[in-house]
Design a protein around this ligand. Sequence first.
Ligand SMILES: [Mg+2]
Length: 176
Amino acid sequence: MPASPTDPIQRPALFLDRDGVLNEDQGYVYRWEDFRWIPGAREAVAAFNRAGWLVIVVTNQSGVGRGFYTEDAVHALHAAMAADLATAGAHIDAFYHAPQHPDAEAAAYRHPDPPLRKPNPGMILQALADWPIDREASLLIGDKPSDLEAALRAGIRGLLFEGGDLKAFLETISLP
Ligand SMILES: [Mg+2]
């Protein structure tokens, strides 16, 4: 079962970028038909679930702001990911996405420096406010320097994932 935001005990969180960490980054993925899990991704999520970590996705989705797809499509894709993870005995506790972009067509998504958009730390800070997270024990995995900058600015240890098997990668990390 997913954790509750009102759990009294602080837990470490595994923050995961989405595209390039959980799924192959084919550029603006928004349809389940196009979604391909990174090898070992589901198994990695399951392992951290079992270890009592929160697992939280933080994903820039400027494709929304750019008008390529809607936020409903983002939510639908995340629901499909969740359903597929459930068949692997895994779950993501929360998804955060940043739809804004400086060049967004729609004013609602246009911002010169969107606070939620990595490398800004807004999504991580929001998760830290929403969930009982042990910040010092937490970890962010990203595939771009902007992911790691966001982690640094939120006071979270960040590590670069350069492809391969996500579970095998995480097994090489020394955890606190
Ligand atoms: Mg990425």
